[in-house]
Design a binder for this molecule. Structure first.
Ligand code: ADP
Ligand code: MG
Ligand code: ZN
Length: 665
């Protein structure tokens, strides 16, 4: 049932309820006292009842006091329909007012009910007609009223804490909206669509609002999920109305929240997809193609499921700018806490640095929620200030929430991930043919517990034997670091191991890089993407012995790299320890810190350098993720089920990041 006909249903129910209550009340208000006819007669005779209403057998008599005020109403069943003429005349002569009720006259309810019936039937009929027809003028009203317009937005970038990179990227959009002419006169090309990608609660909506607030332009927002339960044609119409309205109010921002609800890959759904959704999506695409960006309209959209978006949405001229809004790091968390504590009285001994440290994995929304919970707890305890006790209880409360339970990152998890990533990063720096390390992080991202990013210095696409061998070595770094330090190994290296065996196997079977097997291709070299060839790979075409030889060669390559990785990390154990410590403390480090650490800087020196030069770490957003992501499965029930997909998820990250590098060039 559509929303609108539900509304009409309610109206009908309300009308019927009013009638029912009316009928009941009219009975309640009928306060007439039932008395015997003999008593009634006496009262008439004594002159107490001075007015009689005769409605067939039912006689109602009224008694008034000296001031003419009604004292009592009596009711009785009389002997005869309308009494005899004599009797009535006698009453009249005695000065009693006698009134007759027309026997053919219906009561007020009897007159209203048929009208009400007709109205109810008409309303129901109208509702059915409307949901069947769709479109039409009434639907236009639905469309118009749904877009939420805010023109005096108070949110500023200072309200969004900790996301400096994202702010810098969006600053460009703000400047454009402030004076579109300045840009268009110079022929500058401004992105028409900005897609904010990130997990829930990281401030995507907040960011979009802040851009409108900073630029001082109106903010038109809709949510993709609003379009889902709608009659055919209305979604598309609403999109058109929204863009028309925006064009009349430029410069402005159109914000489509949860765009994945309408922007899913077309034709992908079961049973041929969802007509209404596709029409809505098509309309968004048409509208985005339809305006020149000199118009001064920027379309922003938010999603946490970029992977399911229709590729058409991401094409140039549409959402061609993507901004990743990630979970905050320690420093970001501290700043978010401070922003949300602005109007809350905090006890003097509260240290947000400490709170930030123990809330790894919390999103901005969860941090805001934690402060709110703490404030409630303090109020309930009758305190004037929010103290540490309330904050810790607040953390627990948020942790118990449904979304969070899974993502708790304990200190020992953090340390383990830190060593794992440091292992990758150190080997990448030590191996001559590896790309330089760009960023190392232990902030959970998707299904990965941490990641190490390297970035090629040149566009050289040739992959040499040495480069591959070094790549294998570096990919094993995570596992080796765990072996050396934690003395126990985790499942966190599964994606690394997949990656390593994949490369080693292809070196042997496709690229002729094994002396033992020679320059023979044992697998057809179809353009398969890493991670996609499982399942449909036959081992046909060569003998059992060859298969065994291949396996032996693959194992040799990996074992050699493993030995080398172990040797290198053992020799550089102090660097490993320092880097892991810095990672636990700062969560994300960049190339500068990595090279400092590689030169032998101590933990303290690096932390100091970071604090002195926080600004210099503005990373280039267009980076390449190597497949060294530690696809550690985080203890989440739903993710446990999807365990087999782990590598795929990591692979997606890698691919899209690669595409991004290309976009830039
Ligand atoms: P999303 O749209 O990414 O799901 P929201 O923008 O709706 O997240 O964020 C929800 C709330 O969380 C915000 O209203 C704000 O109070 C808080 N929040 C999230 N990120 C930040 C941040 N970086 N700085 C300050 N507050 C934040
Ligand atoms: Mg949101
Ligand atoms: Zn790894």
């Amino acid at each position: 049932m559509t929303r609108r006909s539900k509304k009409i249903m309610w109206i009908v129910i309300a009308i019927l309820a009013v009638i029912l209550i009316g009928v009941l009340l009219s009975d309640v208000f009928d306060k007439a006292k039932n008395i015997a006819y003999s008593t009634f007669y006496e009262k008439l005779d004594s002159g107490e009842i001075t007015s009689v209403k005769i409605d067939g057998f039912i006689w109602t008599g009224k008694a008034y006091d000296a001031n003419g005020k009604l004292v009592e109403t009596y009711k009785t069943i009389a002997f005869d329909g309308y009494g005899s003429a004599d009797f009535i005349n006698k009453l009249v002569e005695a000065g009693v007012t006698v009134k007759f009720v027309d026997p053919n006259e219906s009561s007020i309810w009897e007159r209203i009910l048929p009208i009400v019936g007709v109205v109810v039937v008409a309303l129901i009929f109208w509702a059915i007609m409307r949901s069947a027809a769709g479109g039409g003028s009434a639907a236009m009203n639905v469309g118009k009223s749904k877009a939420n317009v805010q023109s005096n937005i108070k949110v500023r970038f200072t309200d969004v804490a900790g996301a400096e990179e994202e702010k810098e990227e969006l600053q460009e959009v703000v400047e454009f909206l402030k004076s579109p002419k300045k840009f268009s006169n110079l022929g500058a090309k401004i992105p028409s669509g900005v897609l904010l990608v990130g997990p829930p609660g990281t401030g995507k909506t907040l960011f979009a609002k802040a851009v409108a607030g900073e630029a001082g332009v109106p903010f038109f927002s809709v949510s993709g999920s609003d379009f889902v339960e709608m009659y055919v044609g209305v979604g598309a119409k609403r999109v058109r109305d929204l863009f028309d309205l925006a064009k009349k109010n430029q410069p402005c921002i159109i914000f489509i929240d949860e765009i994945d609800a309408v922007g899913r890959r077309r034709g992908a759904g079961l049973g041929g997809g969802h007509d209404e959704r596709e029409q809505t999506l098509n309309q968004i695409l048409v509208q985005m193609d339809g305006f020149e960006n000199s118009d001064g309209i920027i379309v922003m959209a938010a999603t946490n499921r970029e992977d399911i978006l229709d590729p058409a949405l991401l094409r140039p001229g549409r959402f061609d700018r993507r901004i990743n809004v990630n979970l905050p790091d320690v420093k970001g968390r501290e700043q978010i806490l401070k922003v949300h504590a602005r109007n809350k009285p905090m006890a003097a001994d509260v240290n947000f640095k400490t709170v930030a440290r123990i809330t790894a994995g919390f999103s901005g929304a969860e941090l805001a929620n934690l402060l709110n919970e703490a404030a409630i707890l303090a109020a309930r305890a009758g305190k004037k200030l929010i103290g540490n006790l309330e904050l810790y209880d607040g953390i627990n409360k948020v942790l118990m929430g449904p979304a969070k339970r899974s993502r708790v990152v304990t200190e020992s998890d953090k340390r383990c991930t830190a060593y794992h990533e440091a292992g990758h990063a150190i080997l990448a720096s030590l191996c001559e043919h590896c790309d330089p390390v760009h960023e190392v992080s232990i902030i959970p991202r998707g299904r990965a517990a941490g990641y190490t990013m390297t970035r090629p210095e040149t566009d050289d696409n040739d992959v040499s034997y040495n480069k591959l061998v070094d790549n294998i070595c570096m990919s094993l770094g995570g596992r080796v670091a765990e072996e050396l330090v934690i003395k126990d190994i985790t499942t966190g290296a599964s994606a690394d191991i997949q990656h390593v065996s994949e490369i080693a196997r292809r070196m042997v079977t496709q690229w002729g890089m094994s002396d033992k097997l020679g320059l023979v291709a044992y697998d057809s070299d179809q353009p398969v993407f890493m991670g996609m060839e499982y399942g449909h790979q036959s081992r046909g075409g060569y003998s059992q012995e060859t298969a065994a030889a291949i396996d032996a060669e693959v194992r040799r390559l990996v074992a050699e790299a493993h030995e080398r990785a172990k040797k290198l990390l053992t020799e550089n154990r102090s660097i490993l320890d320092n880097m892991a410590r810095v990672l636990v403390e700062k969560e994300t480090i960049y190339n500068e810190e990595v090279s400092l650490l590689m030169k032998g800087a101590s933990y303290k020196e690096v932390i100091e350098a970071m604090e002195n030069a926080e600004e210099s770490h503005r990373a280039n957003p267009f980076v390449r993720v190597t497949a060294t992501d530690k696809a550690h499965v985080i203890e989440d029930e739903t993710e446990k089920v999807e365990e087999t997909k782990t590598t795929e998820a990591v692979e997606t990250v890698e691919t899209s990041a690669e595409e991004n590098t290309e976009d830039k060039e």
